[in-house]
Design a protein around this ligand. Structure first.
Ligand SMILES: [Zn+2]
Length: 236
């Protein structure tokens, strides 16, 4: 692949991703809906037959702003979220729609220029049988396919300001959980509701060898701040 002009470079001073209460609620509700509610989708090859599926993935656009922190960190504030209804939702993946990202990027830039499209979120639903693997195997990480999508679409994603990726993993337990939220690691917050457990994890994209790549699982240079889940967190 030829070298292309994407920016920015990796910030060695780190990243702080702050999710507003509204953005947190919107993201968790989207993950919850995609996990628990039947989605009616056509059966491939038979336009007149449909199937109902729960536990599908969902995708959305993040809006907010970037600035620089007191120690040179990249600060990203996510103010609100828009679920991307044109994404093709499946149980093993979700296919984002680049046209949708472009449209929302341009729309917000023109009508509400004090906000920018800053990235995307998508969900990873796991069945009850898989719930232990989420923590052990870090299944709230971007998958290999997610990372390939970012690499292959570097130029377009960079043009849409897509420098933050949020993954929300969700699974269901047999019994109701205590209402607990914890900072599971630097870039991940865990949130329990009823029998459902959510892990929200933040990844920051930067240019490397001419394409975009995202930070790794549990990268300690990325801090996810979620006051709506955890109360105010002092990180400076
Ligand atoms: Zn994924």
């Amino acid at each position: 692949m030829p070298t292309i002009d994407v920016s920015p470079k990796r910030n060695l001073n780190g990243y702080i991703v702050s999710v507003s209460e509204v953005a947190f609620i919107e993201t968790i509700l989207s993950a919850y809906e995609a996990y628990t509610v039947n989605h009616i989708t056509p059966i491939q090859g038979n336009a007149n037959r449909y199937m109902r599926r729960k536990e599908v993935e969902t995708h959305g656009s993040l809006f907010g702003n970037f600035s620089t922190g007191p120690n040179g960190e990249t600060l990203c504030t996510i103010n609100f979220v828009s679920a991307d209804t044109s994404a093709v939702q499946g149980q093993g993946g979700v296919e984002p729609n680049l046209e949708c990202m472009d449209m929302k990027h341009s729309f917000v830039q023109e009508c509400w220029p004090y906000y920018k499209r800053v990235g995307s979120f998508h969900t990873h639903p796991y069945s009850t049988d898989e719930r232990n693997d989420v923590t052990i195997d870090g299944l709230y990480d971007l998958s290999h396919d997610d990372r390939e999508y970012i690499r292959i679409n570097s130029r377009k994603l960079s043009g849409f300001g897509n420098y933050i990726e949020i993954v929300v993993a969700v699974t269901e337990y047999i019994n109701k959980l205590n209402r607990v939220a914890v900072q599971a690691c630097s870039n991940t917050v865990r949130y329990d509701y009823g029998k459902f457990r959510f892990w929200m994890s933040a990844y920051c994209c930067f240019e490397e060898n001419g394409t975009l790549r995202a930070t790794d699982l549990k990268d300690t240079s990325v801090h996810l701040v979620c006051p709506a889940a955890l109360g105010q967190t002092m990180i400076f």
